[in-house]
Design a protein around this ligand. Structure first.
Ligand SMILES: [Ca+2]
Ligand SMILES: [Ca+2]
Length: 282
């Protein structure tokens, strides 16, 4: 077994490696934080716990303040984290206001001076408290974009806003799964094998290209790849369940054995769930 996730009862699927933070050294900092104290570079220096000396400050405003990164060649972002001052949060003048931080992207030219020309990919709203108050914002897109920014607004009167650090995260990675059945016991040495199985293609996938099914008669020492045909995809009772036939496969050339076994693999980092398998031999 390689990269097998059995955490959901009734199915086998590949494990997923969590999204990693994009290095703070990658890309170029942009935005208007730092215009009233501190600097943009403080927002990407790896220090998330700091007071005024480690923060970037905006001019007085209720909206249109932002900071982020330009990623030459584009970058996919699955989520962002932002950290406020450990002694004053995100807002000058007290607590209790509602703060909204939006995760936004733009392609081509950099955002304008108030980031009014960006596309919002996610947002978070919260009540201001005078602590670091880390906020995480999930993106609604996996596509790469040239600029990613965090845009701030507040419900109270215009005043300065603070931030200590921003972090952007890449995409999680689906690993490639390999899982085999137990070795069954055949009464006589099999010469041919056949299978029928059901998968859910969470990512768009092609049978035989993005996942394979193999058979063995010698207990898994030797496998033969089976030709797959996607018979149909059900709309009900479980939408998107695909029934796949593994064609009759000649195993007479495999080393002698009476221990039939199948193996299922996913390729190309595609999320495909195996829900059940019917395996025949004679
Ligand atoms: Ca920092
Ligand atoms: Ca505050």
């Amino acid at each position: 077994m390689t990269n097998l996730d059995t955490s959901t009862p009734g199915l086998l699927k590949p494990t997923v490696t969590a999204a990693a933070m994009i290095s703070q050294a990658t890309g170029t900092a942009i935005g208007n934080f730092g215009e009233n104290g501190g600097s943009l570079s403080l927002l990407f220096d790896g220090t998330t716990n700091a007071g005024v000396a480690g923060s970037a400050v905006t001019n007085s405003a209720t909206s249109g303040k932002y900071f982020g990164k330009t990623y030459s060649g584009g970058q996919s972002v699955s989520k962002a984290r932002v950290y406020g001052r450990n002694d004053a949060g995100y807002l000058n003048s007290g607590t209790g206001e509602t703060v909204t931080i939006e995760l936004c992207w733009k392609d081509g030219a950099a955002p304008n001076s108030t980031a009014s020309d960006v596309t919002v990919a996610g947002s978070v709203s919260f009540t201001e408290v005078d602590t670091t108050n880390m906020q995480e914002i999930t993106s609604n897109t996996t596509a790469p974009h040239d600029h990613w920014v965090l845009r701030f607004s507040r419900t109270g009167t215009a005043n300065a806003m603070f931030a200590v650090e921003g972090e952007f995260y890449g995409l999680p990675t689906t690993n490639n799964l390999s899982v085999s059945s137990v070795a069954f016991t055949a009464a006589t040495e099999p010469t041919r094998m056949k299978a029928l199985f059901r998968v859910k293609e969470v990512d768009t996938a092609v049978a035989g290209t993005d996942y394979t099914f193999e058979c063995s008669r010698d207990g898994g020492a030797t496998y033969t790849t089976m030709a797959l045909t996607e018979l149909y995809t059900s709309a009900s009772p479980t939408a998107g369940m695909r029934v796949v036939e593994a064609a009759e496969t000649d195993v007479s050339g495999q080393p002698s054995g009476t221990s039939p076994r199948w193996r299922f693999k996913t390729l190309n980092n595609k999320m495909v769930e195996l829900h059940d398998a019917y395996f025949y031999w004679d």
